[in-house]
Design a protein around this ligand. Structure first.
Ligand code: CA
Length: 234
């Protein structure tokens, strides 16, 4: 089944698009909140994204740039939908990485044709199948972690934490961001919980090699190989 994601905060328009796309045989996921889009794209891996320019929280242009910066989703075609017909906006949209640009109001058949064209153009989503950091290898398909030849047993939360860290080595993630990304928005957990799971993750990983997880005082955690011991705040 081909999934099309519709990012649109005007409910009537989103539903119109959903109706017409489903008629064409696509599976449709609607998202109206700008700050949720990235997570939804990573979850559903749509074949094409219809992205409204004006959204609450994050603009279509910002979302577009974010998607293009993520290796596992950056090749998904994006069609920008916008009320702005200005040439400079079009250039801005395309330079942010949009593949196509449709000005509102548009005709539904024309938009459906654009969706088809962009699907044809779409490369097979280049999913990253493994992450490597130093001697740590994460197999994203089998969902297994190895250090050298050793299999590292991790719980699902530790796996997700490590995945996030390994996707951006050197980047410091705050406890809040880790909570939001790994546990999700709707679950209430104390930020101390992050420390507990980081400790477990360290314990499992460090059985087979040096500690690459860095605690950044009063900030959060990162994975890097500078091996600067800033003290563990557990
Ligand atoms: Ca809008």
């Amino acid at each position: 089944m081909t999934t099309v994601m519709v990012v649109e905060d005007e409910e009537a328009l989103a539903l119109l698009l959903k109706y017409n796309l489903e008629k064409e045989g696509y599976e449709v996921v609607i998202e109206s909140r700008g700050n949720k889009v990235l997570g939804q794209v990573e979850k559903y891996l749509p074949s094409v994204i219809l992205l409204d320019w004006m959204l609450p929280e994050l603009s279509g242009v910002e979302i577009c740039k974010l998607i293009r910066s993520k290796p596992d989703i950056k090749n998904i075609p994006i069609i920008m939908l916008t009320a702005k017909g200005q040439e400079e906006d079009k250039i801005k949209g395309l330079s942010a990485g949009a593949d196509d640009y449709v000005t509102k109001p548009f005709s539904v058949p024309e938009l459906m044709a654009r969706v088809k064209t962009n699907l044809r153009r779409a490369p097979v989503i280049n999913q990253v199948s493994e992450l490597v950091f130093e001697d740590i290898r994460m197999d994203l398909v089998a969902k297994k972690v190895f250090r050298g030849e050793n299999y590292v047993h991790l719980g699902p939360t530790e796996f997700r934490l490590l995945k996030l860290l390994m996707e951006s080595p050197g980047k410091v993630f705050s406890r809040e961001v880790l909570l939001k990304t790994v546990w999700g928005d709707n679950i209430y957990v104390e930020s101390r919980t992050v420390d507990v799971h980081i400790r477990r993750l360290r314990k499992s990983l460090n059985e087979f090699g040096p500690d690459y997880i860095r605690t950044v005082r009063a900030t959060g955690y990162s994975i890097d190989n500078h091996l600067v011991d800033e003290g563990d705040e557990q």
